[in-house]
Design a binder for this molecule. Sequence first.
Ligand SMILES: Nc1ncnc2c1ncn2[C@@H]1O[C@H](COP(=O)(O)OP(=O)(O)OP(=O)(O)O)[C@@H](O)[C@H]1O
Ligand SMILES: [Mg+2]
Length: 214
Amino acid sequence: MNPADPSVTLSTTTSKKLCVGLTGGIGCGKSTVADLFKKLGGRVIDTDVIAHHLTQSKGIAIPTIRSTFGNEYIDNDGALNRDKMRELIFSEVAEKKRLEMILHPLILEQVKAQMLQLHTMPYIIIVIPLLLESPAFQHLIQRILVVDCNEDTQIARVASRNSMSKPEINNIIAQQTPRAERLRVADDIIHNDSDIDNLVAQVTILHKRYLNTN
Ligand SMILES: Nc1ncnc2c1ncn2[C@@H]1O[C@H](COP(=O)(O)OP(=O)(O)OP(=O)(O)O)[C@@H](O)[C@H]1O
Ligand SMILES: [Mg+2]
C-alpha cells in the first residue's frame, strides 16, 4: 500500500499494528530508551521532537503562539523563546493549557502522518510525555510503556543534565501525573535505576516481545 494514496487511511493501515506509547516523568529516561529501541531497529515517533519542530524558527505553530501570547514569547530569529514560555507555563496552569491547545492538535496530525509512513513496520514506539493527561493520544496506542526510576535519581539526572534548580524540578514533578498512577496504568515498565547496560537488556527483551506481538 502507498501511504500517499488518499484511500489509505490511518485506520486501514494501523488498526492491527502494535503502537506502544512510551511515557514517564521528567528525566526518567524516555529519550534514552527511545534511542535504544532505534538502535535495535525499532521505529520511533517522538512528540517532543515534533513539538520542537513546530516551535522552531518558521515552525507552523509560531504565528498562533505569537498572536496568543505576544511578541515577547518569540525570539529575534522567529523561534519560541523556550525559557520564557517555560517560566510562564510552570507558574500558570491555564497558560500551559492554552499552549497545549495550540500544539496538541498539530502534534497529533503529524504523529498520524508519521504512523502512515511507518505502516509496514512490525511495531512503532510513540514517545508521549503527556500520554496520561491527553486522551487524544491514548487513542493511537495499544500499550503503555512507562520508564520509571526513583525520584532522587530522577532529580539528580535532570539537575546534572541542565541548569534547572531543585525547586524548579520538584515543581515540574508535582504537575505531572504521580509516579504511582503511572505505574498503575502501565502495561510494561522499564526500571531505570541502574546503568545503561541494564537498560539495554530490558529494552532488548521488550523489542523481541513487540516484534512477536503482531
Ligand atoms: N541508566 C542511566 N544511567 C545514567 N544516566 C542516565 C540513565 N538513563 C538516563 N540517563 C541520563 O539522564 C538524563 C535524563 O534522561 P533522558 O533525557 O533520557 O530522560 P527523558 O525522560 O527523556 O527526559 P525529559 O522528560 O526531559 O524528556 C540524561 O542526561 C540521560 O543521559
Ligand atoms: Mg526526553
